[in-house]
Design a binder for this molecule. Structure first.
Ligand code: F6R
Length: 259
């Protein structure tokens, strides 16, 4: 696991740079997209690079998760969020960005179909991730099976409170259920790039990088991934015991070595 501690703007440029490098090498690459605040600056940077010629026309993308039951036109439905924040700002082909169907009549069947679609696409090459204050990635809340695949989950009160800011501050308006890629689904992606900023994420980041692997902090499964990159600002890094070592390692990194 590589840990990079840097100002937020630089983190977004590093993540967007990894996406650009991948797309230039493999224009038909499969991207994994997260919602929430953490990737927004990355999406801004990708939209900027698209204007400068970076093309997504042959790429495909899979979203991490979706709320269950939000109406099709709800602005916080993750399909609509992803469309607004990135898909509509670059040149993905129609239908190239997929997400779990939180309005399906048969939700377990929709989850199985989503797993099949990811597998049919050859798996995700680069997965962008955020982390919840309770250590979730996608919506794999504490206690999630480390071997889980896409399924229905119940959101914790903490996550619903954290996300109430997107629903006019009303926790009651945040759905209670979601469909989410499982931890094993995420672990199947070839490169994981997680972004975290702010002191509220410091304990989750400490557990992710330095804690024991445990379903209580689901993100800790990333310690077992062969290519995981954790991009954090100073505040999110403030509880890391080996922060000085991570800083030194990044400062000493050869120029030719990408993320
Ligand atoms: C969203 C998702 C979540 C968020 C996490 C952090 O698709 O998968 O795991 O990444 O809740 O959210 P922010 O970035 O809003 O702090």
């Amino acid at each position: 696991m590589e840990v990079v501690i840097a100002p937020a703007g630089e983190l977004a440029r590093l993540a967007a740079g990894a996406v650009e490098e991948l797309l230039r090498a493999r224009p038909e690459a499969v991207l994994g997209l997260a919602t929430g605040s953490s990737p927004l600056a990355v999406y801004d940077e990708l939209a900027r690079r698209h204007k400068e010629g970076l093309s997504f026309a042959r790429a495909r993308a899979f979203m991490l998760d979706e709320y269950v039951g939000l109406p099709a036109d709800h602005p916080e439905r993750y399909r609509n969020v992803i469309k607004k924040e990135i898909a509509s700002r670059v040149d993905f082909a129609p239908g190239a960005v997929q997400g779990p169907d939180g309005l399906a009549a048969d939700l377990p069947a929709a989850c199985a179909a989503y797993e099949a679609a990811i597998a049919d696409a050859g798996g995700v090459d680069l997965q962008i991730l955020g982390i919840g204050t309770d250590g979730h990635i996608a919506f794999n809340e504490p206690g999630s099976s480390l071997a889980s695949r896409t399924r229905i989950k119940t959101l914790t009160r903490q996550t619903r409170e954290d996300n109430a800011r997107f629903f006019g501050g009303s926790v009651d308006d945040v759905p209670r259920h979601c469909l989410t890629q499982g931890l094993a689904t995420i672990m199947s992606a070839r490169h994981l790039v997680l972004l975290a900023s702010g002191r509220a994420k410091a304990e989750a980041v400490h557990q992710l990088v330095e804690g024991p692997v445990s379903a209580m902090w689901p993100a800790t499964i990333m310690q077992l991934h062969p290519h995981a990159t954790v991009l954090v600002d100073d505040a999110a890094a403030s509880r890391l015991q080996l922060a000085d070592y991570y800083r030194q390692t990044y400062a000493d990194k050869p120029d030719w070595q990408g993320l």
